[in-house]
Design a protein around this ligand. Structure first.
Ligand SMILES: Cc1ncc(COP(=O)(O)O)c(C=O)c1O
Length: 419
């Protein structure tokens, strides 16, 4: 098949993809004062395939990708399968993630999701029977299980603390739970339950001052907040690209602070994890591990997904990390105020304090169970999440940059009928 025939066949085979190319794209830089420029946010929304048949308010579970990301994966899929490209460690995507999160490329390793990064740390740290790890009553199953597993395997002790209503109160609770045996503070940056933003910088510096490891389950940080891992100062941070970053599904990353690299035992290794191995010497040898976080991932990887990660970082950067944070906080603040105006029948669960709020708003209804609410919401095509974890029992609403004010208004009108 010559090149012309190839193009003809690929366009015929993928008409929907070629249609993406005709969409008006975002300007390289957002306009001044874009946070309240609805024309700009309508243009942002037009970058997504989201159907008007649903009102999608559950980005906290899974994000949708803009056409730019879908297209990058599509283009790479064609390239991979045209030129038989092998998808070993992709340094471009690692560099993008490092730039996006304020880390060095050597400190970032790919994972498939948040849970995988949580496991790498929970299983890899040098902990022994009786060592204590501080966690919270707001863990996701993917946050809790890796540490509970280590408890089963090695007899570590997990101390569970409730969160405070403010950042200062949470910090105090963490500090009060520390004992002589505490080895790790393993808490969510932003829990899946209420979306409360924890004071990660203060928790990291508290841990450092006591010689304790700081680890964050960071499922909801990147792509929601304008965060910088070096500034935060934590030792380890596990995240994903498939929620707020709006990247490919089944992709994530783990940040391992440079000076803590040697402290995590690499449990699983393979091609690219090592500095040399020899099965013919007597005895066979493994000379050591790669000098970067690359030691924690190995073997054949997906060049297509990595192209999608790079594109999702570019997409966010074309809007701007601070603008994304300002916009999502504007949306969640608007929703919060509207819910509050419905009166006593609505109990807001996410803290009001500005530093403790992000893009997630959680609430309860006095006169309706969350299960009933979800059932009714489903009938009206609102996609939401209820939170049964750890008996937090609330309704969780995520508003991301593609959410439009009329959608929030429609949702609040629906809530007003349930109060
Ligand atoms: C706080 C938190 N941790 C961990 C996870 C698990 O993420 P993943 O499915 O990427 O492993 C989630 C998913 O919603 C989450 O919200």
């Amino acid at each position: 098949m010559n090149r012309l025939q190839f193009l003809k066949y690929s366009l015929l085979a993928y008409p929907a993809i070629s249609a993406f190319a005709s969409k008006a794209s975002l300007p390289d830089k957002a306009p001044e004062d874009a946070v309240t420029d609805e024309a700009y946010w309508n243009l942002v929304r037009s970058q997504f395939a989201l159907t008007d048949e649903i009102t999608f308010l559950n980005n906290g579970t899974i994000g949708v990708s803009p056409f730019q990301v879908i297209d990058a994966m599509y283009q790479k899929t064609i390239a991979v399968n045209t030129h038989a490209i092998y998808g070993g460690g992709d340094h471009e995507a690692i560099a993008s993630l490092a730039r996006f999160t304020g880390a060095d490329p050597e400190e970032i390793c790919f994972t498939h999701n948040v849970t995988e990064g949580n496991n790498l740390v929970a299983q890899g740290l040098p902990l022994k029977k009786g060592d204590e790890v501080i966690m919270t009553t707001h863990e996701h199953v993917g946050g809790a299980l890796p540490w509970l597993n280590r408890m089963r395997h090695d007899g570590i002790i997990i101390r569970v603390i409730p969160l405070g209503a403010t950042a200062a109160e949470t910090l105090t609770r963490v500090e009060e739970a520390i004992t002589k045996k505490t080895r790790v503070l393993a808490v969510p940056h932003i829990p899946c339950t209420t979306g409360q933003v924890l004071p990660a910088k203060e928790i990291s510096s508290l841990a450092r001052s006591k010689g304790i490891y700081s680890f964050f389950d960071g499922a909801h940080g990147p792509g929601m907040l304008n965060m910088n891992l070096h500034d935060m100062g934590c030792d380890f941070y596990s995240s994903c690209c498939h929620k707020w970053m709006l990247g490919p599904k089944g992709t994530g990353f783990l940040y391992v602070r440079k000076d803590k690299l040697e402290e995590i035992k690499p449990i699983m290794i393979g091609a690219y994890s090592d500095t040399g191995w020899d099965m013919l010497s007597h005895p066979p040898t493994l000379s050591g591990y790669a000098p970067t976080a690359h030691r924690f991932y190995y073997g054949t990887q997906s060049a297509e997904l990595y192209a999608g990660i790079e594109a999702s970082v570019q997409f966010h950067e074309s809007i701007g990390k601070q603008l994304v944070e300002d916009r999502v906080k504007l949306l969640s603040g608007y929703l919060r105020n509207k819910l509050q105006a419905l009166g006593d029948g609505v109990e807001l669960v996410t803290p009001a304090e500005d530093v403790s709020r992000g893009a997630v708003t959680a609430f309860r209804l006095k006169n309706m169970t969350m299960q009933k609410f979800q059932e009714l919401a489903g009938k009206e095509r609102f996609i939401i999440r209820t939170v049964g974890e750890n008996n937090v029992n609330c309704i969780r609403i995520s508003t991301h940059i593609y959410t439009l004010f009329p959608e929030i208004d429609r949702f609040v009108e629906f809530v007003s009928r349930c109060v």
